[in-house]
Write a protein of this length. Structure first.
Length: 269
């Protein structure tokens, strides 16, 4: 083995350890929100894009007030819905499940959650569970997808929530943002209308949800399985690990330290 491969392999390992350690301080908790206290409105989550100011080089948030997100629900208990899911949603999840390079924390997690969602839907279809897939589209394109208990459940659980990985890339300036937040807001309103008192999710970004009224559930003996293999996203066919770049969205681009950062963030189990 080449000496430089050993060196880069060692550095890559420590980089991943550092990333996991820095994020483990506030990640992987059960979060819940009491719907009686939920008062967000759709106006808080209007779609927006980032455009670059050529004079300053800064990114400017540009809201689209004329074309808000559209929402659709697919029930696992409906053969018609799942037939449409195969045509309208599954191709998007398959596309998102492919890792985007260079590897970046949020976009990589979104890709992984997309793959897990496909696997979970396929498994749950065999058990006829009361689950639903929720989709948010923007100008005809799917920008966020969630997998959750039916709105009729008194204590619904959001299994996963993913946003378009393309919209989570560092330095992106054209993809719509806010898809995850808009979909989550839509779902919470539906759960509240259905009589649910509170909603639970398993979060990988607790700070983001806490700022929006979610609380951390006390830890229990049961912890859901969460498998995320970063190594699978590295190019094993490359002759040298020096070609691999891994960027954390949270600290690699100061332009994204704006109000509402992370609105495409994904949480799930």
């Amino acid at each position: 083995m080449k000496f430089k491969n050993i060196v880069f392999g060692f550095l890559k390992t420590w980089l991943l350890v550092a990333l996991f350690y820095s994020n483990s301080l506030y990640a992987y908790n059960h979060m819940f929100i009491i719907l009686q206290d939920y008062s967000h409105t759709a106006d808080e989550f209007l779609p927006y894009t980032f455009e670059k100011d050529l004079s300053t080089g800064n990114l400017i948030k540009v809201f689209d007030t004329e074309n808000n997100f559209q929402f659709k629900t697919y029930s696992l208990n409906s053969e018609a819905d799942m037939s449409l899911f195969e045509i309208e949603v599954k191709p998007t999840l398959l596309k998102w499940a492919k890792a985007i390079k260079p590897l970046q924390y949020r976009s990589t997690l979104s890709s992984r959650f997309s793959k897990n969602m496909l696997e979970n839907v396929g498994q749950d279809l065999k058990n006829s569970l009361s689950k639903e897939i929720h989709v948010a589209t923007y100008k005809g394109n799917i920008e966020a997808i969630s997998y959750a208990d039916s709105a009729g459940v008194t204590k619904p659980n959001i299994g996963s929530l993913v946003a378009n990985p393309e919209g989570l890339r560092v330095n992106q300036t054209v993809k719509p943002k806010g898809g995850g937040s808009s979909l989550l807001s839509h779902m919470l309103r539906k759960f509240k209308e259905g009589g649910a008192e509170r909603v639970q999710l398993y979060s990988i970004d607790d700070k983001y949800y806490q700022e929006r009224g979610w609380q951390i559930e006390p830890k229990s003996d049961f912890e859901p399985e969460f498998n995320f293999n970063f190594d699978s996203y590295f190019d094993s066919d490359s002759d040298s690990d020096s070609d691999v770049e891994y960027n954390s969205d949270s600290d690699s681009d100061s332009d994204f330290k704006l109000e509402g950062e992370g609105e495409g963030a994904c949480g799930g189990s």
